[in-house]
Design a protein around this ligand. Structure first.
Ligand code: ADP
Length: 262
């Protein structure tokens, strides 16, 4: 609590009392803690890959890593990390802009089956590389979604990419879509490791990962789900997940449908 006190004077200029204002600054304090955490997290997320990039480059330059085969291996790691850093910075900027409410999105009617086909086509090479098969189950006569097309592509891409990345080879990822009560719901299920119950409330937070090193080594930035939540909620929709360790995960989101004409 912040206390402001001011003296009250009478007509003769003598102090006759005081007024006090008690201000509850819990929200301001929380915001301050949140901002401090964010800066610490971002610094850490940037420093970690930079430290390894610098270490590998120094080792190549000073001859500690001299075997051409080994050099090539470390150059590949450096390349992967710079790709991930670039993505991390782009996603951070995206999130900051969305949170500041600076982005105005054009909404259009979107055909869900087209959206799903486009995203799966784009992720074809990743599906093949990880040996993941896909099942699509879209209910007939699904209404159109009223949404921003690029942003919906980003949401679905992030969810399917996670499903692919966290699944062992040979598994199946299922994309389902249906509608209920004026909302279109899309669901992405996988047969991967699942998520422990204690992590479930936090996985939408930036940089929360169940296994940090695993996520990083798979190219994760820790921002994918935070972005999904921001975009979906900005459309007036909701996100959710059902998951249990060893039982796979199902991520879903809903978006308002284009109202049916009477
Ligand atoms: P990341 O870039 O680390 O994948 P996300 O925000 O997309 O970041 O996800 C946050 C964390 O949630 C991940 O690090 C991972 O631990 C967990 N996670 C997300 N999707 C899945 C999934 N399909 N299966 C298992 N764990 C997942």
């Amino acid at each position: 609590v912040l206390i402001h006190v001011a003296p009250l004077t009478n007509g003769a200029g003598k102090i006759s009392g005081a007024v006090g204002v008690l201000q509850d600054i819990t929200d301001i304090k929380n915001l301050e803690v949140w901002r401090r955490d964010l800066v610490a997290n971002v610094s850490h997320e940037l420093r970690t890959p930079l430290t390894s990039i610098r270490g590998f480059i120094e080792a190549i330059l000073d001859g500690t890593i001299s075997d051409p085969e080994a050099q090539r291996h470390y150059l590949k790691v450096i390349h992967q990390e710079t790709v991930r850093l670039t993505r991390l910075i782009r996603e951070l900027l995206d999130l900051a802009q969305m949170e500041a409410g600076k982005i105005v999105w054009e909404l259009h009617p979107i055909e869900v089956s087209e959206l799903v086909s486009r995203v799966l086509f784009k992720l074809g090479p990743q599906l093949e590389q990880h040996q993941i098969s896909v099942k699509v189950d879209i209910s007939q006569s699904l209404p159109l979604m009223l949404a921003n097309e690029d942003r919906m592509e980003q949401v679905l891409t992030n969810l399917v990419e996670n499903a692919i990345r966290y699944s062992p080879p040979g598994k199946t990822v299922t994309v389902k879509a249906g509608s209920d009560n004026g909302l279109v719901q899309i669901e992405v299920s996988d047969e991967g490791p699942g998520i422990p119950e204690e992590d479930l409330p936090y996985i939408w937070d930036r940089f929360h990962r169940v296994e940090k090193s695993r996520s990083r080594s798979l190219g994760g930035t820790g921002l994918g789900l935070a972005i999904v939540k921001q975009i979906v909620e900005a459309h007036g929709g909701k996100v959710g997940v059902h998951s249990q360790p060893g039982q796979g995960s199902t991520f879903f989101f809903s978006i308002p449908a284009v109202p049916a004409e009477n």
